[in-house]
Design a protein around this ligand. Sequence first.
Ligand code: FAD
Ligand code: NAD
Length: 465
Amino acid sequence: MSELQAFDVIFIGGGPAGYTGAIRAAQLGQKVACVEMEPRLGGTCLRVGCIPSKALLESSDKFLETKNTLKKHGIVVDNVTLDLATMQKRKETIVTQLTGGIAGLFKKNKVTRFLGQGRLDGPGRVIVKAADGVETALAGKHVILATGSVVTPLKGVDLDDNRIGTSTEALAWAEVPEHLVVIGGGVIGLELGSVWLRLGAKVTVLEYMDRILAGTDLEVANAAQKLFKRQGMDFRLGVRVTGAKLDGAEVVVEIADAESIRCSHVLLAVGRKPNTSGLALETCGITPDARGQIPVDGHFQTTAAGVYAVGDVIHGPMLAHKAEEDAVACIEQIVKGYGHVDYNLVPGVVYTEPEIATVGKSEEDLKKAGIAYRKGSFPFAANGRAIALGHTDGFVKILADAQTDRVLGCAILGPRAGDLIAEVAAAMAYGASSEDIARTCHAHPTLAEAVKEAALAVDGRAVNI
Ligand code: FAD
Ligand code: NAD
């Protein structure tokens, strides 16, 4: 083993949590190392998650638009055909650009990158094992675990790294599945199911619960499901998948108390679990909880002094922006003595057509907590910009405290919902009332006017409906 190299801060994991935290720590004058076992930095998000999925969502949307809707604009394109290889190549180029960008940011900020698998070796010590087996020992005043998450397997589903795949395979298929069965009606199932549906696959979503998108505002989830059905996505709710196996050229998906389904491809998307394998947590006396998460206190400190954890590997939603917020707050707490994440204000976005975006409390949350609220809704069908865009499905819903009018939550189903929700999240961060949003001048004609109208609707005074 080589001579011990010393750092102020060592991140294990170079995903959104690890790379963002490493850069913030360097900005604050720390000597920083980041250990990542994959050659490309950026984690699940940049390599096999957020970015490649959004690239394919965009391309598949363009394909469908060219085929079906451009003619409504008076643009006639004959013989629209799919060149999937080029579509996949474009996705790869985007991933290469962005992962390479992080390597550049590390250089600029003087973050030292170690390529290999990191593990704890008692408090303040990390061993990096390279692919060739060579080990390097590091010493860190602060060691931050940012090892992310991995796919949750399902008993009986025999993943073959190809036709019975996870999101990683479903992002890379070289041909359009004839019939794709998606196990799990959550975010991954709906996003990647949408990609392949648009490109011509028959898509059947099998969901255990009696609804899709568990945890998302029910009115919005139900309205979204109707739209996805209209697009051709087939749903079977309340079914428990018990297995999936290759059978020659087909896949057989077994369902409890129901007939099995034969299809060409399967996407397993029943959730992700924290990734703590190989970290040697026991050398620091750290034990994951029942959900496999690393327990931390309000300052991201684990049960071991000087060892912290952030991102998907701890509590909270498994989202890239939440992972980044965790890491920045953790570093700022260490260096400056304060740092905070308001988990109530972490927006959630599903990048389907239309998009779904939420922040704060849902109606179900408020009812459960016994909080009296007023609700204002406004449909995109009455928004001039949405009509001009030809994307009029969906609505904005704002929930405000019945007594104080403070905004408690917002759910949007509609065009660019993921961008629109930022206004409401910022307003909520400043403790805004629905009246504050309603009295803010919004440019015309914009989709954002639907947010203003929903805020006006809380007080029963929307104008354009
Ligand atoms: P990760 O991104 O998982 O990074 C952890 C890194 O640690 C990995 O690079 C891994 O190789 C490395 N690592 C693990 N163990 C070790 C070790 N022992 N030594 C060295 N390195 C190690 N979130 C969104 O907010 N928006 C989206 O649109 C979105 N889309 C998604 C689409 C898909 C298909 C998937 C799978 C996920 C998506 N997510 C999305 C979730 C998002 O990717 C994660 O929440 C986010 O990547 C978590 O960041 P992280 O840094 O905690 O972990
Ligand atoms: P998920 O938790 O969103 O959905 C999984 C679904 O599978 C649930 O609805 C669950 O009821 C269902 N399920 C579980 N067991 C089943 C069974 N045996 N048969 C049928 N259905 C079953 O998980 P996911 O879609 O795998 O996504 C994983 C994580 O990745 C999520 O936490 C999400 O936050 C993150 N992600 C985020 C985005 C985004 O922000 N746009 C995109 C993709 C992934």
